[in-house]
Design a binder for this molecule. Structure first.
Ligand code: UDP
Ligand code: MG
Length: 308
């Protein structure tokens, strides 16, 4: 039995049909499945549609979070409550092509892969700034953490063992793509093309995306602290060169007032200190978040039999 896990946030009318599309496809392919839909505090009629789905189809289970906690938290809620032998995570707007599911299931069932992940062949229709920002983020992430999530997506099939391993990670700030790569296991990367969205609009603003980027990098690594270290070292070398030059000028009796040098140095050192402080602050904020040990999400209601 495999659980199809979808986060849902303000998907409106489309959600019913989207789920049925996937259901019909899996039915035709003879893949034993159930659905777990997590409503991430939608403010439109999504929850009513989910209830309708659960009423009409016994293979559909639904969870409603008490407010909008974000996609990452919705995925956590889903993974912690799903009870299938494997869990397949996909977007509810069908941007992750359902036609690929049979192949993913085959790789898991017949070839023994624990994690089958969809990797984006192209990123679909996105504006140039979004593309650039994504590229910058993935580069920074893989350079600093050593985990290559390059073209990874949240379109993923995970065996029960990988899900259990993932569930043991205690942190509150999660980044599904990163964490599911961190657990390792026998993996297979399956390329796919991002389809256009089936109705509705994207829920991500530049702001929420940058927050996700900063969160996911600081949640993984202290590498930014090392960048500051190297920066400091570089400035140290610069200072030595400047000292030699200043001394030379002094002894050559061509002593320069050198105000500009002093000011430049002041600026450099000042900014270096500011940057380091802000980065340290970032990590302290992280520690603060983790020690608060708040739950990642709150479940308002749930029903269905695919639940733990
Ligand atoms: N989503 C969510 N909570 C949010 C934002 C998005 O659960 O706060 C879900 C949304 O319902 C969809 C998936 O995350 O299933 C991807 O969202 P979207 O399609 O808006 O993002 P995009 O495809 O543009 O990256
Ligand atoms: Mg989408």
């Amino acid at each position: 039995m495999i659980t199809i896990l979808m986060p849902v946030y303000n998907e409106g009318d489309f959600i019913y049909n989207n789920v049925m599309t996937v259901d019909n496809l899996l039915e035709r392919e003879g893949i034993e499945h159930q659905f777990l839909l997590v409503d991430d505090g939608s403010r439109d009629k999504s929850w009513a549609e989910l209830c309708r789905l659960a009423d009409d189809h016994e293979q559909v289970s639904i969870i409603r979070l008490s407010r909008n906690f974000g996609k990452e938290a919705a995925l956590c809620a889903g993974l912690e409550n799903a009870d299938g032998d494997a869990v397949l995570v996909m977007d509810s707007d069908l941007q992750h092509p359902p036609e690929l599911i049979p192949e993913m299931v085959r790789l898991w069932r017949d070839e023994g892969y624990d994690v089958v992940e969809g990797v984006k062949e192209d990123r679909g229709r996105e504006s140039l700034p979004t593309k650039l920002a994504a590229l910058l983020f993935y580069r920074t992430f893989s350079r600093t953490t050593g985990i290559d999530i390059g073209v990874a997506s949240d379109f993923k099939l995970m065996d029960r063992s990988a899900v259990e391993a993932w569930k043991q990670l205690p942190e509150k700030n999660t980044f599904f793509r990163g964490l599911s790569a961190w657990v390792g296991y026998k993996r297979y990367a399956l390329p796919f093309k991002v389809s256009p969205r089936v109705g509705g609009q994207t829920k991500w603003s530049m702001r929420s995306l940058s927050r996700l980027a900063v969160n996911s990098i600081t949640a993984y690594t202290a590498a930014p602290l090392f960048i500051i270290f190297w920066l400091g070292l570089l400035m140290g070398i610069g200072a030595i060169i400047m000292t030699v030059q200043t001394l030379y000028i002094y002894f050559a009796h061509r002593a320069d007032p050198g105000f500009s040098t002093v000011i430049l140095l002041q600026l450099f050192i000042g900014s270096a200190i500011m940057i380091s402080l802000s980065i340290i602050g970032l990590y302290i904020a992280k520690i603060y978040d983790e020690v608060k040990a708040r739950p990642r999400y709150l479940i308002q209601s749930k029903r269905g039999k695919a639940l733990k």
